[in-house]
Write a protein of this length. Structure first.
Length: 360
């Protein structure tokens, strides 16, 4: 009797679509996946992802590329020798593969498993903002939002039809599952449940085992921008100061849009035709992404952040506090020159100048 052909599921991101959280669940849910005779692949694992099955990971690093070659051979062996019916691989580096590199993966598993690809796409403006904030939080201070936008456009990061077409050429359009990264479109309003449901691996009886993904305490956009501005004033900021500005301030939950409504609309107009195509191909003409909402605020620095940030600065030693304080005063002086700020900021600047918590 001919055995049923195995299935290899490639989760290719994209980045900034809860990929890390999905990987964490898959890595730690052997019992749940076993219910569907599915396995999270062991070959090519780094922590809980499969970057070592992806040529786009650490390009130009010879030893890593050698490891990837070996991991692809290991995957072939794992598919041959294991008895599961479904195998899952996940890496947000996959979208950077060239056509020949996708072919390499396809040829490695040819005859062993039918491949299905699942990809989540985030609305381009939100993707840009999220990527920029990641750069700020990681300490990369050499990019403006505008420079990053042009770089990502040039690299075709936002060209979703191009990405889908690339993978469809190898595995077939019917084997590429495309989902919007929009809460309103998620199955049961949850990204993880949507992911599992898209793979026919969601079970109501086991829903208790599936914990909704909630965001960890993370740096607000305002604090990320403020920290970036402070650190950029130093030639060699101390590790203590770097750690301080990257640690979320307790109790501060402010959030902003990095583009105003007009800027956002103009940017999205570049992809209007692409997004209409996605809607027609995958959602029967319904809007693929959510509509543009009016911006949360028009200015990134609010009084609540200033007060909480100043209070938190007292946890630094006296020398670091004085440096951070002087940097914050300089930022306020620059803003008062450039922006039409109300008297609240002038009063705060005066308060900050006279604030000396370490004085006896």
């Amino acid at each position: 009797m001919k055995s049923k052909k195995k299935s290899l599921i490639l989760h290719i991101g994209t980045g900034k679509t809860a990929t890390t959280a999905i990987q964490h669940f898959l890595y730690n849910s052997h019992a749940y996946l076993s219910k569907f005779n599915a396995k999270y692949v062991e070959s090519g694992l780094i922590d809980d992802n499969h970057h070592l099955l992806c040529r786009n990971f650490m390009r130009g690093h010879t030893s890593t590329q050698d490891d990837i070659s070996q991991s692809i051979l290991d995957l072939k062996k794992e598919l041959s020798e294991s008895d599961y019916s479904s195998y899952i691989v996940s890496s947000e580096y996959f979208p950077g593969l060239a056509l020949e590199e996708i072919k390499e993966l396809a040829e490695a598993v040819s005859g062993l498993a039918e491949v299905k690809v699942i990809v989540y796409l985030r609305r381009q403006d939100r993707y840009l903002e999220s990527w920029y904030l990641q750069l700020l939080k990681s300490g990369n201070f050499n990019h403006s939002l505008e420079v990053l936008r042009e770089r990502l456009i040039q690299d075709k990061i936002f060209d979703y039809p191009y990405l889908i077409d690339l993978w469809s050429k190898i595995f077939g359009k019917n084997n590429v599952i495309v989902r919007p990264y929009e809460k309103s479109q998620f199955f049961k309003s949850d990204i993880l449940k949507d992911f599992l449901n898209s793979l026919d691996m969601f079970d109501e009886e086991f829903e208790v085992q599936i914990k909704s993904i909630s965001a960890n305490s993370s740096l607000s956009r305002q604090q990320a921008i403020l920290g970036n501005k402070i650190l950029s004033m130093y030639e060699s900021p101390s590790s203590e100061l770097i750690s301080f500005v990257r640690t979320p301030i307790l109790g501060y939950k402010g959030d902003i849009d990095l583009m105003n409504f007009i800027e956002r609309k103009q940017f999205l107009s570049l992809f209007e035709e692409d997004n209409r195509l996605l809607s027609n191909m995958y959602l029967n003409g319904e809007s693929f992404f959510g509509e543009i909402q009016s911006e949360k605020t028009s200015f990134w620095l609010d009084s609540e952040l200033l007060l909480k940030f100043t209070d938190a600065m007292t946890l630094l030693g006296e020398a670091e506090f004085i440096k951070a304080k002087n940097s914050l005063i300089q930022i306020l002086d620059n803003l008062l020159e450039e922006e039409s700020l109300n008297d609240e900021y002038k009063l705060y600047r005066r308060f900050l100048y006279n604030f000396k918590p370490f004085s006896i």
